[in-house]
Design a protein around this ligand. Sequence first.
Ligand code: IMP
Length: 198
Amino acid sequence: MLIMKKEENSIYFVTGNKNKFSEALEVFTKERVPYDLKQKDIDTMEIQAETLKDVALFKLNSVKPKITNSFFIEDAGFFVDIPLNGFPGVYSSYVLKTIGNDGILKLIDEYEGSKAHFSAIISLYFKPLDSIIFFEGYISGRVSRDMRGEGGFGFDPIFIPDSIPDKTFAELSIHRKNRISHRGQAIKKLILFLKKNH
Ligand code: IMP
């Protein structure tokens, strides 16, 4: 058991995305994690790189000098494997801002048999061990024919997970999305680590 001072019992999720934070908080609360999860919205430097891991590591190092506690960041990507060969992937943010979900649906043009997935990578700076650790999550599914659902964010209205084949992510509660999602999985791995190393 690592001995920690009281102020070190907080862990920061560095994100400007309220939805991501709500999803993480839901799992942290349910799993009774021995850390207080706090949101920190500070500017991070984004690079365009080939893999989510490269993006995550660069971002983590850009934030590290600004935070004294343990913290983590999370990077996700939406990959339309068929018929778009993985696009938008690491360009997800840019594509959502430019052509949006509508644009993706137009590109796919009601293609039958699409395959898609989300990947997420959490990079944690864990102060007690002065180390960086990665946790990954993945979920497969397909692209919906149209946008459905009011919940979630980003590509949620057009993603149908294989394990709940009649609903888009945007039609699921935070709890149901977390049980299967890329982010939910990565957060659960992070929590396992935090519990083991407390
Ligand atoms: P980020 O760089 O990790 O914030 O994510 C890249 C893009 O994917 C952003 O436009 C997000 O809105 C979107 N995104 C990330 N995670 C999810 C998710 O769980 N559902 C839907 N869209 C997401």
